[in-house]
Design a binder for this molecule. Structure first.
Ligand SMILES: [Zn+2]
Length: 185
């Protein structure tokens, strides 16, 4: 998996865990969440400080053109919404392909080492059991929302299988939760 460097803090990470930025001459910066747009890209960590620095102009050097600085606050919100949309799509797709376990018991018995999504409002006991499972835990959405995204009734826990099908979803989850947890410096 290719490694790329954040244009702001210079840390090197797997490309798919960073946010790709592209620029089409004179049109400012486009955030390329799916990593598919053509042209030269610049990368920023999925952290508010790095992403806003890149949008404010730090990406110019990597893009080898001077880009119009953009007001980062609204853009950060757009990126967050875009990532949430991708996560929701990924969860629905996984549910349809039987790539999700739904509910605490099913998830803990699954034997997968893939990450777990726990609802913000799940019970303390559920949260504790999930934390003890030694799987990566991402806290996202309410029980109602998790149920809706997976096409079932409300649930506090979704378990993801490992493997290539879940790969993109897991990267989007990681980027979304990292961005939400980060602070603007
Ligand atoms: Zn960075």
């Amino acid at each position: 998996m290719p490694m790329r460097r954040c244009t702001v803090c210079r840390v090197e990470l797997r490309q798919e865990r960073l946010i790709r930025l592209v620029s089409f001459d004179g049109k400012g910066i486009t955030v390329d969440l799916r990593g598919k747009l053509p042209g030269r890209g610049a990368y920023a960590c999925a952290q508010r400080r790095c992403l806003s620095g890149a949008l404010k102009g730090a990406a110019s050097r990597s893009l080898r053109q001077s880009v119009r600085a953009t007001e980062p606050e609204n853009r950060l919100k757009e990126v967050e919404e875009g990532l949430l949309r991708l996560v929701r799509e990924g969860l629905s797709l996984s549910a349809r392909r039987q790539g999700l376990t739904i509910g605490l018991k099913e998830t803990l018995q699954d034997g997968s080492a893939g990450p777990v999504v726990a609802a913000k409002d799940c019970s303390e006991r559920t949260r504790k059991m999930v934390d003890q499972s030694e799987r990566d835990v991402y806290v996202l959405g309410t029980q109602e929302e998790l149920g809706h995204w997976s096409g079932r009734g409300p649930t506090g826990v979704l378990g993801l299988s490992e493997g290539p099908a879940a790969h993109r979803l897991i990267n989007n989850l990681a980027r979304l939760c990292s961005l939400r947890a980060s602070q603007v410096a």
